[in-house]
Structures are given as C-alpha cells and as structure tokens.
Design a protein around this ligand. Structure first.
Ligand code: ZN
Length: 384
C-alpha cells in the first residue's frame, strides 16, 4: 500500500514537473527562442512589455558598467585601461566599461585587442563628476555607458542641477546615464532622482556599489539605496537598478593577511543583460526595456515577467569548495516580491518563485537572497 502510495505520489510529482516544463515552454514560445542547458529550460527573449523584440532569440550577457583605470586621480594607482579590460575578460565577463572621472577612454585600441564577437565587448564609458557640492560636500557622479565620445563637464551648483546636467550631457553624447553611488556622502535623495534626467525614460541608478564607503544599506536615519529606489518607483517614475564593482585596484587584492587601507577590487557585483546580441545598441536597448538584473552572486536560471505573473527559476547547485557530497549542501533562497512603498507582497522560498498579479499593483520587483547572503535584484515590472 505504501509502495502504491509512493508510486502515485511520485507520479503526481512527475506529472507536475512535466506540466511545469510544458507550461514554461508555452510561455517561451512563440515569442522567444529557447535552448536547453544542462537539462534545464531557460526561457530566452523579451517577455516584459516594454519595447519587446519578441521574434529574435536572446542570450544573457554578464558585465560591469563602472570600473576605473584611475586616469588623473593622484591618490589611486594609475592603471592602464588594458589591465582593467583584461581582468574582466579573463574572469568570464562578457562586457566592461572603463568609466574614469571626467575622462573619456578611447576604445578603438582596446576593442581591437579584446573584443571577440558574441563573447566579449568593450563598452565606451565615462563618469562625469563635479567638485563637492555645498552644503555637505556632496559627491554627485553619473556613469555614462555607450557614449560616442567625450561628455561635457557638468554644470550647476545644487545636487539636483548637477545630477541633471550629467545625465543630459551623457544622453547628448549618445550614452545611457546611471546615477552613481547614491549614498556616497548621502548625496542623492529620491526627490533628486525623480527630478533629474526627466526628458527620457527610464531612469537608471546603482542599487549596489561594492567600493568601500558607499553606504548601500543606509542607517542612522538615512535610507538604504533600495528604500530610495522604492520611493522613486512609488512616485510612478520608472527606474532600473545596476550593481557595480566601481573597481579601482587591479594590482593589489584583499587577502586574509592584509590589514591595510580599504581596496576596491573587481569581481563583486555586476549585471546580467538579456540581449539579442553582444553589441552596444543591443545592450542599451535591453537595459532600456528593463530586461536585465543586478547581482552580487545570485544567478537566475530563468526569468519571465508578463502582466499575468513574474516567474523565476533558481538552481540549488552547491557553492562550497567541494566539501560536501551531492545534495548535502544545496544553495537555498529567499525571494521577496516587493511593491509600492517597499512593501513585501509575497515571500517564496522555492526554486521557482513566482508572483501572480492581483490587479492593484503599481509595480512589483524581486529581491532574491541566497543562503550565502548574495543578492539579485530584478527590475520593477509595471503591469499596466
Ligand atoms: Zn567610480
């Protein structure tokens, strides 16, 4: 009897899994291409409603949009841009942007050396910055990626006007502006972000910057970058988030025996962009439609957002250094679906977290935390 029950239970489980797979195939087609990787189905292609090019299959590309060769910064090690680009290429990233302060790094030579069709791309970049703004010595910087050349020096004498001038100058240069490290000197408020870069949607900002002293989590009465994000979104402004290294140190790395000054090393935070191809226009197009996520280590097996539901796939493959036997030390997750005001609308601890829209949501975004404390942030989806 117990054997029969077991078989029935097993078969129900199997049927459920088959149905889930079939349902996912239905969701992936006909809009999207699809591939099978290591036995798991990955739904590819654009499923968000913003600017979808649904007939062409897409791939995920991993990259960093904020990295420094420190040109003209006396207190930091001068680094040749090829060292920066080489590090990311040799660590299996697909793209990187060298974003020096007020300096456009020419990319022709770098591209000749490092670009590899479909595998690696040097993305032109810059980080416009102005002297600290009073009161409070606020540092207001904006990353510009995909620019076609140098960017005008920022103007203005308030946080809001400098932020706006940086974004507009980057857009004039053909690039995509990303408000950098909002909590460095606690410079940016939600109101500043809402008011700036208004001529184009969406807005972009850094929800996570791994350089020491960026105060991502806030505290002491200052909001976290995620709280700032939800405040902007709750006002109805579409803003997408990136995670970045803001790397400055490529010659010296933190080690367990080192107690020196803080370093900003590469390899700690990035974005995964789902694009038709690995090219500047294609990456910017995907980012503009919100088809990417930010991560400090969590990698999604699948992601689909439609006006019906957000569905995510995760892998429980162990992350340890090889200590455990198969299945003994799975990676676990907590997924929180977050809506207006930063409210957690649903928690889902499964490997296939999903949120079905009820019809009254302004937006929903997901924060996925793994059992090692790493995080992925998906972009907000506005169902209407
Ligand atoms: Zn920077």
């Amino acid at each position: 009897m117990s054997f029969i029950l077991f078989r029935i239970t097993e078969n129900i489980g199997l049927m459920r899994r088959l149905w889930t797979t079939f349902e996912r195939i239905l969701r992936c087609t006909p809009q999207a291409g699809r591939i099978f990787l290591a036995g798991s189905l990955i739904c590819l292609g654009q499923t968000q409603s913003q600017g979808a090019d649904t007939q062409v299959s897409s791939s995920w590309y991993k990259g960093v949009v904020h990295a420094h060769a420190n040109w003209g910064v006396p207190q930091l090690p001068t680094t040749s841009p090829d060292v920066v680009v080489r590090w990311y290429r040799e660590h299996n990233y697909n793209f990187v942007s060298v974003t020096d302060l007020n300096y456009y790094t020419p990319t022709e030579g770098l591209k000749a050396l490092f670009d590899a069709p479909g595998r690696f791309l040097v993305l032109p970049g810059i980080e416009p910055s102005k002297d600290p703004i009073q009161p409070g010595n606020k540092i207001v910087d904006t990353i510009g990626i995909g620019i076609k050349g140098p960017v005008d020096f920022p103007t203005g004498d308030t946080v809001a006007t400098v932020l706006d001038s940086e974004a507009k100058a980057i857009r004039r240069a053909g690039g995509l502006p990303i408000a950098a490290h909002p909590n460095l000197t606690y410079a940016l408020t939600a109101a500043d972000l809402i008011a700036s870069d208004k001529t184009s949607e969406p807005r972009f900002f850094e929800v996570w910057n791994t350089e020491p002293g960026m105060n991502n989590l806030g505290g002491g009465g200052k909001p976290s970058t995620e709280q700032i994000w939800d405040e902007v979104l709750s006002a109805g402004r579409v803003m997408y988030a990136v995670a970045v290294d803001d790397s400055h140190h490529f010659y010296e790395f933190v080690s367990s025996r080192q107690t020196g000054s803080p370093l900003s090393n590469p390899g700690r935070a990035w974005i995964q962009v789902r694009a038709r191809e690995l090219s500047v226009p294609s990456l910017l197009e995907a980012m503009n439609r919100g088809d990417f996520y930010a991560s400090t280590g969590v990698v999604l097996s699948s992601y689909a957002a439609t006006p019906v539901a957000i569905r995510i796939g995760l892998s429980d493959e162990s992350r340890d250094l090889g200590w455990s036997l198969p299945g003994a030390n799975p990676q676990l997750y907590r997924t929180e679906f977050i809506g207006k005001g930063g409210d957690v609308l649903k928690r889902d601890d499964s490997l296939h977290p999903e949120y079905e829209f009820k019809g009254n949501e302004l937006y929903v975004r997901a924060r996925i935390t793994n059992s090692d404390g790493q995080v992925a942030w998906t972009q907000p989806f506005f169902p209407k």
